[in-house]
Design a protein. Structure first.
Length: 377
C-alpha cells in the first residue's frame, strides 16, 4: 500500500516508517496537515495515517478536507488513550478506524490486513463501474430513454404537462396536472381517490401503455405516509401486473427535498422495486438457470441440444423447463430454434458476475478466494 503518515512527533514517525517499510509498504511522512495536503495534491495514497492532536490544524481538519475533495484514500487516526472519544468523532467524519499510541505491532498488522481486503473489494467494485455507469445513464430522463416506453402515455405531473410533452417530443398523451387550482384535467394532490380512478380508467382501456408520474414529493407532503404507501402498494400489486409500464420521475437534486420527505421517498422506491428484486433472485437462484445464462453469455446463440450437452444434466425435460421459464421471464429469447440472451438477460449476467466477485469479500463468508504473490513463495 502507498501510505502517508501525518504526525508532529518525529520519533513516532521514524518508528512507524521503519515498521511499515518492513511490511513492504511505500511510506511518505509529513509533520503537519499543511504539508500533508501538498503531498496529497501530488500523489494518491491508499492509506492516510494521521495524528489527531497537532499544532495549527488537527487530524480532524485533515479528514474534513480529504472528504470535501472526494478523495478515496482510507483514513486511520492515531490517538492516545485519553482521546478515544475524539477518535470516535473522527470516525463519524469518515475515518475508517483508529490505532492507539504507543501502537501494538500485532494489532496494527491485523488492522492493515483488514485494510488490504477493503482495498481489494474497492478494486473489484471499481472494475465494475462501467457496468453501473451504463445503467445509470438509463435512469436519466431524456427523449431517447422515454421513447423506449410503449404508448399511449398517461402523464401526471406537478409541472406544466405541455412543457414536458414538448421537451420529450411525446405523442399520444393523456395528461393531468397535480395542482390545487381548478381547471380541466387537474387533480388535487389531497384526493388520491381521483388519482386512483384516472389510473384505473387508463389501465382498463389500454392493454399496453405507460404511466409517467412526476410529483411524488407533493403527495408525500399532502398525505400521511400510510396513505401514500397504500396507494403505491395498490399500484404495484394491480396496475403494474398488466403490460403497463410505470415511470416515476423524482428530483435529481435530493437536497431540494425536505429532510422529512427523503426517507419516505426511499420507502416509496422500495415498494416499487422489491418485486423486481425478488423476480431477479428467483431467476438466478437455481444453478441450472444460472448456468444457462453463463453459457449463452459465452456462446451468444445456441440451439437446445447444444445447451443441453454443455449443462451435462441427465434429463432434457429439466433443461426444457428452465429454458421455458427464462423465456417467459424475458431473460432469453428464441429465434429460429436458437436461444440467446435478451437485454435483460445480459444485465442479469453482469449482475451475477458482480455478486460473485463481491460475495468472496463478504466479511461473514466462510469461503474466501485470495490472490497470491508469487515472490512470497
Amino acid at each position: 500500500m502507498k501510505v502517508l503518515i501525518v504526525d508532529d512527533d518525529v520519533t513516532f514517525l521514524d518508528k512507524m516508517n521503519k515498521f511499515l517499510a518492513l511490511e513492504n509498504h511505500s511510506i511518505t511522512t509529513s509533520t503537519s496537515v499543511e504539508d500533508a495536503l501538498k503531498k496529497i495534491d501530488d500523489k494518491y495514497y491508499d492509506l492516510i495515517l494521521t495524528d489527531l492532536k497537532m499544532p495549527e490544524s488537527s487530524g480532524l481538519d485533515l479528514i474534513k478536507i480529504v472528504k470535501e475533495r472526494h478523495l478515496h484514500s482510507i483514513i486511520m487516526v492515531i490517538t492516545g488513550y485519553g482521546t478515544i472519544d475524539t477518535a470516535v468523532n473522527a470516525m463519524k467524519l469518515g475515518a475508517y478506524d483508529y490505532i492507539l499510541k504507543p501502537f501494538n505491532p500485532d494489532e496494527l498488522q491485523k488492522k492493515l490486513s483488514q485494510l488490504e481486503l477493503e482495498l481489494e473489494l474497492r478494486s473489484e467494485i471499481s472494475s465494475s463501474s462501467s457496468f453501473f455507469d451504463e445503467y445509470k445513464q438509463n435512469l436519466i430522463v431524456n427523449k431517447e430513454n422515454i421513447h423506449k416506453f410503449a404508448s399511449p402515455i398517461l402523464l401526471i405531473t406537478d409541472d406544466d404537462p405541455q412543457k414536458f410533452i414538448k421537451q420529450m417530443d411525446l405523442k399520444n398523451v393523456i395528461s393531468y396536472k397535480l395542482t390545487y387550482e381548478d381547471g380541466i384535467n387537474s387533480i388535487i394532490p389531497t384526493k388520491l381517490i381521483s388519482l386512483k380512478a384516472i389510473i384505473n380508467k387508463f389501465s382498463s382501456e389500454h392493454k399496453r401503455g405507460t404511466i409517467i408520474f412526476k410529483g411524488i414529493e407533493k403527495l408525500l407532503e399532502s398525505h400521511e405516509w400510510p396513505t401514500v404507501k397504500k396507494f403505491f402498494t395498490y399500484l404495484q400489486s394491480n396496475v403494474l401486473l398488466l403490460e403497463i409500464s410505470f415511470v416515476l420521475l423524482i428530483q435529481d437534486q435530493e437536497d431540494l427535498l425536505k429532510g422529512s420527505i427523503q426517507p419516505l421517498l426511499e420507502d416509496t422506491r422500495s415498494i416499487l422495486i422489491n418485486p423486481i428484486f425478488y423476480e431477479i433472485l428467483d431467476v438466478i437462484s437455481h444453478p441450472i438457470r444460472k448456468s444457462i445464462i453463463a453459457i449463452l453469455e459465452e456462446d451468444k446463440k445456441l440451439n437446445f441440444n447444444k445447451i443441453f450437452k454443455k449443462l451435462n444434466v441427465e434429463k432434457s425435460s429439466l433443461v426444457a423447463f428452465h429454458i421455458k421459464k427464462l423465456v417467459k421471464d424475458e431473460v432469453i429469447i428464441k429465434e429460429e430454434n436458437l436461444y440467446s440472451l435478451s437485454s435483460r438477460g445480459k444485465f442479469i449476467s453482469k449482475l451475477i458476475k458482480l455478486l460473485e466477485q463481491m460475495g468472496f469479500s463478504d466479511p461473514h463468508s466462510n469461503v474466501k478466494i485470495m490472490k497470491i504473490r508469487s515472490e512470497e513463495y
